[in-house]
Design a protein around this ligand. Structure first.
Ligand code: NVA
Length: 309
């Protein structure tokens, strides 16, 4: 038996990503049509960092799939503190059908996956946020009619999980991904390299474009993320100073193609990484994007359970 996990965006082949997006769209249209967790079987949701959208969308989505969402408080569980990640994985795998984990280090998630014996889903790490990207791609598909060949500009702190996930997931979808950031906030070279490798097979592309105006020029999709990722709060002032020219202002967004859409995974800080007029304006699709977390993650869970049989 093979156990499939969703730990980073490139765990899915282009064909699998497309299938998963189709499934997410189907589940959005018919929310109770598939019940792979009927029984109910439980899904452990563990959060070592703050959460709103992820906790609620997984909880509601698991219930819609016929399952039991089991919230595991990270601080009480003390994973890697009271007992090793390996031992926690072995215990959880005997109790639940899937483990969903938001934590700091990707390596810990890899360890969980290696020992759980059930699918493990990345609900955000410092390195990647792949569930968010399925929701984002679903949102782009809904608004622009397709993904391959579209250009996306990710502007801001590109060294964070969202920058890396856009590079991998966007190129998997055959998109042209431009990432724009100041010195010190550029994407990980290994991630750019991997994105270029994926793009070579899908017809997409990946490029680091330091100037934000050049990156946004003619883009179909403009994306940003908070400048203060969870855990970076102490760097708030330093980050705001360096990242200020990368704020999604109306002038910057006006350089995208007419009808371009604006995404933000939230939480958003108006007047920082995105102007209020942009976040709350007609090009913003952030509330659809937030809703789509549920549909996307239901598809992820159904896909992994199906593939792990
Ligand atoms: N980069 C952000 C994403 C929040 C959903 C963070 O890690 O806090």
């Amino acid at each position: 038996m093979t156990t499939r996990h969703f730990l980073r965006d490139d765990d899915l082949t282009p064909a699998e990503q497309a299938r998963l997006l189709d499934l997410a769209a189907e589940m959005k249209a018919l929310p109770y049509s598939r019940r792979p967790l009927a029984g109910p079987r439980s899904v452990a949701m563990i959060f070592d960092k703050p959460t709103l959208r992820t906790q609620v969308s997984f909880g509601a989505g698991i219930a819609e799939l016929g399952g039991n969402p089991l919230l595991v408080e990270g601080r009480l569980a003390g994973i890697g503190v009271r007992e090793s990640v390996e031992d926690v994985a072995r215990v959880l795998g005997r109790q639940v059908a899937v483990v969903v984990w938001r934590t700091f280090h990707q390596t810990d998630l890899d360890t969980m996956a290696a020992h759980a014996g059930v699918p493990v889903v990345n609900a955000l790490t410092d390195e990647f946020h792949p569930c968010q990207l399925i929701a984002d791609l679903l949102t782009v598909r809904e608004h622009l009619g397709g993904l391959a060949g579209r250009t996306v500009a990710f502007v801001g702190d590109a060294a964070c999980n969202m920058g890396s996930s856009w590079l991998l997931a966007g190129t998997t979808a055959g998109m042209h991904v431009r990432v724009s950031a100041p010195d010190g906030y550029a994407p990980e070279p290994a991630v750019v390299e991997r994105a270029c490798e994926i793009a070579a097979a899908t017809g997409g592309s990946a490029a680091f474009v330091p100037d934000p105006g050049t990156a946004v020029e003619g883009a179909d999709v403009v994306v940003t993320d908070t400048w203060i990722s969870m855990g970076k709060e102490a760097e708030e002032d330093a980050r705001a100073a360096v990242l200020a020219p990368y704020s999604l202002t109306p002038d910057l967004v006006a350089r995208a193609r007419p009808g371009a859409i604006v995404l933000h995974c939230l939480p958003a800080y108006r007047g920082k990484e995105i102007a209020a007029e942009v976040l709350d304006g007609p090009q913003s699709v952030v509330w659809d994007e937030a809703e789509n977390r549920r549909h996307a993650q239901k598809a992820v869970l159904a896909f992994l359970l199906e593939e792990s049989r």
